[in-house]
Design a protein around this ligand. Sequence first.
Ligand SMILES: C[S@@+](CC[C@H](N)C(=O)[O-])C[C@H]1O[C@@H](n2cnc3c(N)ncnc32)[C@H](O)[C@@H]1O
Length: 555
Amino acid sequence: MKRFTIGNVSFDERRQAARFLRGSGIEIGGSYLPIPVDPRCCKVQYVDKMTASEIAALFPEVQGFSMVETDIICDVEKKGLSLFADESQDFVIASHLIEHLPNPLGFSKDCYRVLRQDGILYLVVPDKNWTFDRNREVTPLVHLVDDMKRDVREVDDVHMADWLHHVRNRTVPDDPAEQQRLVRWELDRSIHVHVWTWEGMVEFLRHLILQEGLSWELCEFYLPKKGQDEVIFVLRKVSGSPEAVVARFDSSIETLLARENAMKEMVQEVDTQNARSDGSSNGEKRVQYIPSPNHSPSPFRRLPSLRLRRAWRWMLRGLSAQPADSTPERSGQQEKTPRSAYKATWNDLSTSLDRAKMHVTGYVEEDRIQNSAEETKQVLLKTVGIGADDVVLEIGCGIGRVGKVIVPLCKEWIGCDVSTNMLQHAAERLNDYNNVRFVELSGYDLKPIADQSVDVVYCTVVFMHLDEWDRYHYVLDAHRVLRPGGRIYIDNLNLCGEEGWRVFEQHRTVPPEKRPPAFSVSSTPQEIEMYLKKAGFQSINVENHTLWARGWGRK
Ligand SMILES: C[S@@+](CC[C@H](N)C(=O)[O-])C[C@H]1O[C@@H](n2cnc3c(N)ncnc32)[C@H](O)[C@@H]1O
């Protein structure tokens, strides 16, 4: 008997990805390799078309694995998730399932339907390039859309012939009895009806967001590592317009892809070192996301400007060790934007309001932005206070997230930023107020602001993007523009806090040449204190929070 091998399973990543699972949910087709969940916070019901003993009889090669018992018998191929009520599950796990289904788009919509708001879809899909499907064509998205429109519930002969030819290396037998027996056996054991690469799966999910209106937030994304074949997506059911949701999805893919490539690079480095000592080679390639023209719409086609498109492509190509083509931009001599090019960087990150919102807050919905602004307002009220007679200045005001809730409390609010685009967005968002002023900065000082003309200066969620000298330069110049007795508030991610340290560790996985110019760099509370002290502030307070280091003082 041929033993079943599980060397291609991403055990560590499966476990990591399971951290998003909470509450009660279902796993479909868990059988001999269910996703490991934390039993203290997850209750799983296992759904399958067969009982555990029926599965064991049909797949003798998995003998020895401890099977999960099927709790609910349901053939999702034919019935979808019709047994489950709308919004009845906290999570749905579908590991190595959708490639077996005749209508995977329809199934995905069903998963969305049964999930509660904030529920999780945990999806594991083999990348065909690393499986026995490698000789098959990627299933075009239009084909899947057609299957969904026709509500296909059976595997047809074309798929079966493709499977037999490319995977089993045989043709459909002429003898009807033999043909029937073979097809029956294959169908019972379930074939890979459709095949994807990981890029195809990304397009598949983008299609669900944009065309089917499923609001998926990407929480986690793992690519297959050496010897593995699985792509893991952890998706959260959220709300929002398709455009906004897809912008967030793209941004998450971009970030997580950077991490995956950094990981791959590290593995490769170790392999190269090992190869030097034993003469072997790994030959793993870095990956690049280039959507197939068959799939639409691609993130590149959606991007608004050539400049932005270049930035994207630079980002992704920067992650790739694939040979470059002949354009100068790709000739391998591309320059990395220096961290200190604040104006160019932040103008690029704010070419549209949604893009600016994403880079300032990580989301685009006004209510979420408003909530986070209220939190910052509370911090400012507690630390420096805002009075009705105060002239208040924000360094790096972005889209006016905080400004919008501070303006009604003070005499005048001055939004300062290095980015012209950001200032424009802020001006539009604060259009209703006439006690606001916007000032474009060089990126290093508050030169346009008169000496001793301001009562409160604050700078929040900005220092992480600045070099240390420029952080201090702003504190020093704040001292100049503040009236005697004026107050200052500054913050940054806290290297000495538990959460802040986690961010630092995450960022450590990105190699130097892949770090984008606005890459966050944290501070220690001591650094914050030192700036305030050296700039001449008094009554200095510093707080050491789990994520934030905060400091404030008085002139
Ligand atoms: C993450 S956003 C934070 C925006 C705002 N403070 C908030 O909390 O909503 C960072 C902002 O700092 C601005 N910025 C970056 N470098 C700057 C610099 N050197 N001088 C002034 N502003 C800068 C960016 O344009 C962007 O608007």
